[in-house]
Design a protein around this ligand. Structure first.
Ligand code: AMP
Length: 208
């Protein structure tokens, strides 16, 4: 049995269409069903539906053999115990620094003042600003980062930006790009060795 960890939404949909090439169809739609383990038309493949940020954890511990996770989450949490063979090119966006319109970011950075940065990517933010020699205090949030600079919780945010519409709607501007992000296939290293015969044909689906 192979277990594939996925998050709902775009990653599930795009992965389902790749699996369909091998005739593997989920027997339920996670948007409709409350089931967290979803059987497929192939009795040897099942899907587990988890939060996007939990996908690497399930795969690292071997509770799932493989999964699809955003590079943002892998950069933040590390990829120990994972084999990351493929950039799937889906769920593309960028991790960026944004501030309120009118906030003089360059001056704040130049003056060496301590920036307060709100983000769910605390490790990525620390590394980015440390490389620039900028001191920051991080404020760990779990969502709606865009609100933080508007109500005085932070000077800047580190978040994912796709179209830029969310920033614009909240009068924020992107001032630095940190990394280009897309979804990656991740495989448990031990499972890759033990179950190579059954995993390999599925990996090949994404490479073709
Ligand atoms: P946008 O308005 O298109 O720039 O999208 C920005 C919002 O969507 C932010 O709240 C982001 O956290 C979220 N977002 C954008 N792209 C992604 C992605 N690939 N994966 C997860 N969240 C994303």
């Amino acid at each position: 049995m192979l277990t594939l960890a996925l998050s709902k939404g775009r990653i599930f949909e795009e992965t389902a269409s790749v699996l369909a090439k091998a005739g593997i169809k989920p027997l339920e739609d996670p948007e409709q069903s409350r089931k967290l383990i979803i059987a497929t038309s192939n009795p040897e493949v099942r899907l587990i539906i988890v939060r996007a940020s939990d996908v690497p954890t399930y795969v690292q511990f071997g509770a799932a053999d493989f999964g699809v996770a955003g590079l943002d989450i892998l950069l933040e949490k590390g990829s120990e115990g994972l084999y990351v063979p493929l950039d799937l090119g889906i769920a593309r966006c960028r991790m960026a620094v944004a501030v309120r319109e009118g906030f003089d970011y360059l001056a704040a950075v130049r003056q060496g003042s301590r920036l307060r940065v709100a983000t769910k990517y605390v490790n990525c933010a620390r590394e980015h600003f440390a490389n620039k020699g900028v001191h920051i205090d991080t404020i760990h949030l779990y969502g709606s980062m865009e609100l933080a600079p508007l109500v005085g919780l932070a000077d800047a945010i580190v978040d994912l930006v796709s179209t830029g519409n969310t920033l614009r709607a909240n009068h924020l501007v992107e001032v630095e790009s940190i990394a280009e992000i897309s979804a990656r296939l991740i495989v448990n290293q031990a499972a890759f060795k033990r179950k190579r015969e059954s995993i390999k044909p599925l990996l090949d689906l994404w490479s073709t």
